[in-house]
Design a protein. Sequence first.
Length: 337
Amino acid sequence: MQDSRLVTTYTFWNTYRNCPRACAWRYLHELVPQGRSTNLRFGSLIHRCLEHWHTQQDIGAVQEIIDQACAHRMQYPEVLQAWHLASAMMLGYAMRYREETFTITDTERLFSGPIINPASGKPSRTFLLAGKIDGLVEVDGEVFLLEHKTTGCLDGEYLEKLWMDFQLLLYAYALERYDGIRVAGAIYNILVKAKLRQGQGETALEFQQRAAELAAKNKSGTTTATRKLPEADADFQARLRVKYADPEMFHREVLYFSRDQLAEVEAELWLLTQQFLEARKHDWFIRNTAYCFHYGTPCAYYPLCRANGAEHVIDNLYERRPPHEELTATRDDAPVF
Ligand code: SF4
């Protein structure tokens, strides 16, 4: 018989905590904004490459994954940029971690189990918790979660926020509860995205304007300036490789979990389920308007909330996609961009 319990994930509960209305848009109405951000696609590609690297240690095969994911790079400049960045990043990573300090025991591990009532110890009849863990590793006989992250800015604030990361605590809790694996902590495997951009050269008009300005500054009224040409792919790749030879482009942060933290996760998760049930009973998911412009950018559902859920806004700006796409396996040769 098919399990009728509602599948939830870290992203589900994190969205609910940030704004219950956003959770309803995504998980009850199954709406997502049309298109997918380049950042998300890039993150998916690097996850795919890292999984392959950690299991096969074959940088040639990793490059093939990047080539296939960015098959349309000659047509789209943003795809070419991603191809350059991923190629140099993965090569730099392979050089940086030629010798690993841990033993990988599992990658892309799926888990699933009922959410537990901490007071009675009984499983929920309504909710399941599921997820996918980037990796499990062993260090000196202890098990750690391995979590891959790409970021454009690695600073003290970024590392500080990891201490409050609900995701890996949730995963550690789930592994202990459902699979009986005691997790000592987490290793955040952070890869920094280089900000370098390929030189685009000048258009004929831009060159004419620059040449005219230079000539005007010369007593002779002429200039020897030549038009700047676009940077060749090989030259840009060489610049990126130099950048990724810098050890600071990679970082590993180790955090340890206490048993109290995991008990708190169970209690908090249960409370969230009770709030969700109450919201669903009243068919009213509160809008956390303090979150609409979090980090200075509008929430993906802002046009929808502002239009009070109007159908024409849904038709024009959103598409319906089943939830929890992150739990389904993707082929290594599937296009990403
Ligand atoms: S726009 Fe604001 S109220 Fe609407 S879902 Fe986003 S955060 Fe919530």
